[in-house]
Write a protein that binds this ligand. Structure first.
Ligand code: NAP
Length: 257
């Protein structure tokens, strides 16, 4: 969709998106900004933050950039505080950061990789939502970015997938804790070519196999995920909470084996 045709469903709202200087997070920040929100983008490296801020400003988006490693408690506090200090409110929080440090089977995965998966993909999101929750305005929204790998964790993505399954449960639990003023939903992307998924795209056979296992016969685009998030945080989804929306072209991973 051309930027000029994008609806302005969240004009005046303030959105914080983690891990948003490239990939799916950047596309989410861009889409929310084009829909009229002020956006707070973040990632570990200041240089990436500065570059992403610049490119969003060039699109006319009201944006603040804050360096934040989601695994660092001071960074988490500073991210939420900076957003509230700058914009005076918080309406939308998108927990997007995740890592995939190992493709080993669960039975042989190192403790270090297990810790990293759990700390970044699950625990950091919970701790950030604890920071954000007291500031979320009535009518606000939290979005967790999971994965289709969460439905049927297996193979190279098994333990990563398990952390994404945990987000399905977290969505339900947090929706209950934050109701009725704040909605909590989850988007489960299919495969999108980004830095995180590059290992799949490096192998032609794996890539073709993954693609052939979607009904729509193509990979996802970061903008497909951003459009789903924009819908869920808008008033068009005002009666939707505690739900998981797969955006995967009907990936075969949605089915249990
Ligand atoms: P990506 O392109 O690899 O995203 C990288 C972004 O995350 C960069 O902005 C990076 O910037 C930042 N980042 C990395 N580690 C971080 C940390 N510890 N704290 C804060 N920022 C960090 O990833 P993606 O593919 O867009 O994935 C985004 C989300 O979608 C993840 O939750 C992922 O699990 C999910 N997902 C992706 C796919 C896919 O096929 N790509 C499929 C299903 C689900 P810095 O280097 O500056 O930190």
């Amino acid at each position: 969709m051309a930027a000029t045709e994008i609806p302005k469903r969240i004009k005046g709202k303030v959105a914080v998106v983690t891990a948003s200087t490239q990939g799916i997070g950047y596309a989410i920040a861009r889409r929310l900004g084009l829909e009229g929100a002020s956006v707070v983008i973040s990632s570990r490296k200041q240089k990436n933050v500065d570059e992403a801020v610049q490119s969003l400003k060039e699109l006319g988006i009201d944006v603040l950039g804050v360096a934040c490693h989601v695994g660092n408690a001071d960074h988490r506090k500073n991210l939420i505080k900076s957003a509230v200090d700058k914009f005076g409110r918080l309406d939308i929080f998108v927990s997007n950061a995740a890592v995939s440090p190992s493709t080993d089977p669960i039975l042989t995965m190192s403790e270090g990789a297990l810790d990293k998966l759990w700390d970044i993909n699950v625990k950091a999101g919970v701790l950030l939502i604890q920071e954000a929750a007291p500031h979320l305005a009535e009518g606000g929204s939290v979005i967790l970015i999971s994965s289709v790998a969460g439905y049927n964790p297996q193979g190279h993505l098994a333990m990563y997938g398990v952390t994404k399954t945990a987000l399905f449960g977290l969505t339900k639990a947090l929706a209950a804790e934050l109701a009725p003023n704040v909605r909590v939903n989850c988007v489960a992307p299919g495969f999108v070519h980004t830095h995180l998924s590059d290992f799949i795209f490096q192998h032609e056979a794996t890539k073709e196999e993954v693609k052939s296992h979607t009904l729509l016969d193509r990979f996802g685009k970061a903008d497909d995920m951003a459009a789903a998030v924009a819908f869920l945080v808008s008033d068009d989804a005002a009666y939707i909470t505690g739900e998981v929306l797969p955006v995967s072209g009907a990936s075969a991973l949605l089915k249990a084996s």
